[in-house]
Write a protein that binds this ligand. Structure first.
Ligand SMILES: [Zn+2]
Length: 413
């Protein structure tokens, strides 16, 4: 394909900024929490933009939205691309929105250029990628791919007791189409990296080859509350000291695996949380990630017993619950190659990269050949109101998306 078929960078940026007005926060971020009135407003603007292009928008029973552009050959399966419009409570303008709005720009550019692809195209907005309201990230794509049952997902509740099913009804987005995988030719997702690697190396495009394996735990350490002034060392069962040994061990396990290791305790609750009481209970999260399944599985085999031994040495008890394990997800070699070729043809500095975060693409990849494109973000910062990218980075990512999608949709069948 010739590279004189350019997407419209300023128009892409204008629409990114227009979407960021919906749920805009005073600090320059976005609060567009899933299945709220703000999310509904974002969906309505998205629908209006799509319909203005002549696309047909359908909504499935999970609120996932698919905007379809017909191809020349009605027998061909659609090429899908998109991301998510929901955000964290203190989210940025680009996490998710970039992939959806860039997809919109692909559709607009095809109209402008008078291009009809062989295969039909569908631009997707997945419901509740973030998981911040109902506690299950990648929910819409997860139901679509069969990871969660529809009724199971309808029953997930938020902190006020509202269910996903109620929330979908409340905003009118429990659609008539089944939330189930349909045959599709490919899925492409453009997303900000949410990490520092591309920026650090001066690369404009990340060719995402896979997503890493991860395991999540909930830990509860039980000791005994006692008086800070009167309890001597021999009588202490300090749950926080025991937790600190486990936290240090999580960090050790990560660092033992070099720059590819990840191990985090990001949430900690100390009870009774009083300065003159030896803490009797600590609740905390643990997660490990690595590009190789074997590394995460090795941790899963060793960590529970190692943590228990550390806790018992401090006179306490450990209850460890494994929440989930997601194996590493390699992306489709042919789709990844289309991204690689597009970046090379366009002359963008690019490198292969492994996704450190979960994305809708990880679940979609279980059903449809999938690839992802990353663009840099300032200081690698995301899930933060200060999340920032440059217009030329958005444009470059969108141009690669355009070329990969068109190449796939026009490939010899
Ligand atoms: Zn995202």
């Amino acid at each position: 394909m010739s590279t004189n078929q350019k997407i419209n960078g300023p128009r892409l940026w204008d629409s990114l900024m227009a979407m960021a007005e919906i749920g805009a926060t005073p600090k320059g971020g976005v609060k567009r929490i899933t299945l709220t009135e703000v999310d509904k407003a974002g969906r309505e603007r998205f629908t209006a933009w799509c319909e203005a292009l002549g696309l047909t928008v359908r909504v499935d029973a999970m609120g996932n939205m698919f905007a379809r552009r017909e191809g020349r050959d009605p027998t061909r399966l659609p090429v899908l691309f998109g991301s998510h419009l929901d955000s964290q409570p203190t989210g940025g303008k680009f996490d998710g929105a970039l992939g959806v709005i860039a997809g919109l720009e692909v559709m607009r550019s095809l109209n402008d250029l008078g291009i009809t692809t062989e295969a039909p195209l569908e631009l997707v907005n997945w419901t509740d990628e973030e998981g911040s309201r109902f506690g299950h990230s990648l929910m819409g794509s997860g139901v679509w791919a069969g990871i969660f049952g529809l009724d199971e997902a309808y029953g997930f509740t938020d902190i006020e007791g509202a269910t996903v099913g109620d929330a979908l009804d409340a905003i009118g987005y429990k659609g008539p189409h089944p939330a189930a995988p349909f045959p599709a030719d490919a899925y492409f997702e453009l997303h900000i990296e949410q990490g520092p690697i591309l920026e650090r190396e001066g690369k404009q495009i990340g060719i995402v080859t896979s997503a890493q394996a991860q395991v999540w735990y909930d830990a509860v350490i039980t000791g005994q509350d006692s008086h800070a002034g009167t309890t001597p060392p021999s009588a202490r069962r300090d749950a926080l000291v025991a937790a600190s040994r486990v936290i240090a061990h999580v960090d050790d396990l990560m660092r033992a695996r070099g720059e590819d290791g990840r191990g985090t305790v990001g949430q900690l609750q100390v009870l009774p949380n009083s300065r003159n009481v030896v803490p009797g209970e600590v609740r905390f999260s643990v997660e490990f990630r690595h590009p190789e399944n074997a590394q995460v599985q090795g941790i899963m085999q060793g960590f529970p017993a190692e943590a228990r031994a550390l806790v018992e040495k401090n006179g306490c008890r450990l209850d460890l619950t494994e929440l989930f394990y997601i194996p590493a997800q390699p992306f489709d070699a042919e789709c990844v190659d289309l991204v690689r070729q597009a970046a090379a043809r366009l002359g963008y500095p690019a490198r292969e990269i492994i996704s450190g975060a979960g994305h809708d693409a990880v679940y979609v990849a279980r059903r449809v050949p999938t690839a992802m494109i990353f663009t840099p973000c300032k200081d690698g910062l995301s899930h933060n109101e200060a999340e920032s990218i440059l217009p030329e980075e958005a444009e470059a990512g969108c141009q690669v998306l355009f070329e990969a999608v068109v190449a796939r949709a026009n490939r010899a069948s």
